[in-house]
Design a protein around this ligand. Structure first.
Ligand SMILES: Cc1cc2nc3c(=O)[nH]c(=O)nc-3n(C[C@H](O)[C@H](O)[C@H](O)COP(=O)(O)OP(=O)(O)OC[C@H]3O[C@@H](n4cnc5c(N)ncnc54)[C@H](O)[C@@H]3O)c2cc1C
Length: 389
């Protein structure tokens, strides 16, 4: 259920192990938001396994380093390798992608025939060994198993567990996509840059084979009435949120002049103790929505997909397979959710002794990559490991 990045990768991963699936998507047209996505080796390894490397090479940018900078003067606090060194160490590259480019690659590879558009799931009824899905248009479908990859407001999760509000983190992210030629004079390095300041941070990197610079500016806000995400905002407000920041940040925001800037409310949830029940389970943001401060939400959905497909390929009892998948995935995804929350504190420290201690820790960081524990996870191997109870 759901043709986001998680649902489409799951359909491809299931096909890879010889299982066909149908994807039901609420939207009447398939597309992703116009924004960037960082794809770490733990996720790009899965996409590569699915035979997508060549397609990705056409659309991706491979950053050389991941840099943290200081808000006022843009000075580098720490820089870690993300280029060839990381690709060699972890056996898969770190990529920067335009979300819609990736979504296009995934849906072309899957083909339109397995995706049903305009089918908004409104409920599920389990009856013995099969599950009946109900849609808002009044139609129903019977399935052996149902996987809710339907995002943070998952209807499948609500059907299983009742409505639960997501946690608003009192921050919102401005997002911009700037044609690279408009900011050519900045001579931006090909890297992932997060600039840290009091209560806010600003991330930028190239996407679409270098044609655009994607930026995300997270700043505090007390007012957000709509749990659902994004709303157009005013450029002046974005500039006000980053007043006094170094000229690179200001120029990237100003370069959106004349275009619509969108603002996304930052929501997450506590780790869920239970994901599924019977022949139903969840995947991606439906079960572990997280703040984007580890750049891992889509990556974890992709890992889920590879693990779930690997498990289902081995089992006769699909329900037992779903429980095994949940056991394999719950702890890791909870750890990433909580790490993203912790980064909210770390990134947004006000200037002062704690911030100076943080910056010193960054400066003293060992050469080993701080996210090695994330990058070296091989989801395909985890899913293929023999299923034990
Ligand atoms: C500012 C920002 C920056 C981010 N940066 C990164 C990053 O760099 N790297 C990274 O890995 N992640 C990043 N993320 C997180 C990432 O975007 C999400 O975790 C990821 O898109 C989740 O994918 P999904 O398929 O689980 O859910 P979604 O993308 O939400 O897809 C769910 C799909 O289900 C459909 N749907 C919803 N309800 C129903 C229903 N009732 N019936 C049928 N279909 C339904 C929706 O229309 C949608 O197509 C970022 C997020 C934000 C907000």
């Amino acid at each position: 259920m759901g043709a986001g990045i998680g649902g489409l990768v799951l359909a491809l991963a299931l096909r890879d192990v010889g299982l066909e699936s149908d994807v039901y998507e609420a939207a009447t047209e398939l597309r992703e938001v116009g924004a960037g996505l960082q794809m770490s080796p733990n996720a790009s390894r899965v996409l590569r396994h699915l035979g997508l490397q060549e397609d990705l090479d056409r659309i991706a940018v491979r950053p050389l380093t991941g840099d943290l900078r200081r808000w006022q003067d843009g000075s580098i606090l720490t820089s870690q390798p993300l280029g060839d060194e990381v690709a060699q160490q972890f056996g898969a590259p770190y990529l920067h992608l335009h979300r819609n480019d990736l979504h296009t690659v995934l849906r072309k590879r899957l083909g339109p025939e397995r995706v049903s558009l305009g089918r908004r799931c409104s409920g599920i009824i389990e009856s013995g060994s099969s599950v009946r899905l109900a849609f808002e248009d009044g139609s129903t479908v019977d399935a052996d198993v149902v996987i809710g990859a339907d995002g943070i407001h998952s209807a499948v999760r609500t059907a299983l567990q009742g409505p639960q509000s997501a946690r608003f983190s009192r921050a919102a992210a401005w997002r911009g996509l700037v044609p690279a030629e408009l900011v050519a004079d900045l001579n931006l390095a090909v890297c992932s840059t997060a600039t840290l300041g009091p209560g806010a941070h600003f991330v930028h990197y190239f996407v679409s084979a270098g044609r655009f610079v994607n930026w995300v500016g997270v700043a505090p806000t007390d007012t957000w009435t709509d749990e659902s995400w994004s709303a157009p905002g005013k450029l002046d407000e974005a500039l006000a949120d980053f007043e006094g920041w170094n000229p690179m940040v200001i120029r990237l925001i100003e370069a959106m002049s004349g275009s619509t800037v969108y603002r996304w409310a930052m929501y997450d949830r506590d780790p869920l103790p239970v994901w599924g029940e019977g022949a139903v389970t969840l995947l991606g943001d439906a079960c572990h929505p997280m703040l984007p401060y580890m750049a891992q939400g889509a990556a974890q959905a992709i890992e889920d997909a590879a693990v779930l497909a690997g498990v289902l390929a081995q089992v006769d009892d699909l329900t037992a397979g779903l429980r095994h998948y949940e056991r394999l995935r719950r702890e890791r995804t909870a750890k990433v959710q909580l790490a993203a929350r912790a980064n909210e504190q770390t990134f947004h420290l006000p200037d002062g002794p704690e911030q100076r201690a943080r910056d010193q820790r960054f400066a003293d960081a060992p050469a080993t990559h701080r996210n090695a524990w994330l990058f070296d996870y091989d989801a395909v191997a985890v899913g293929r490991a023999p299923v034990t109870r």
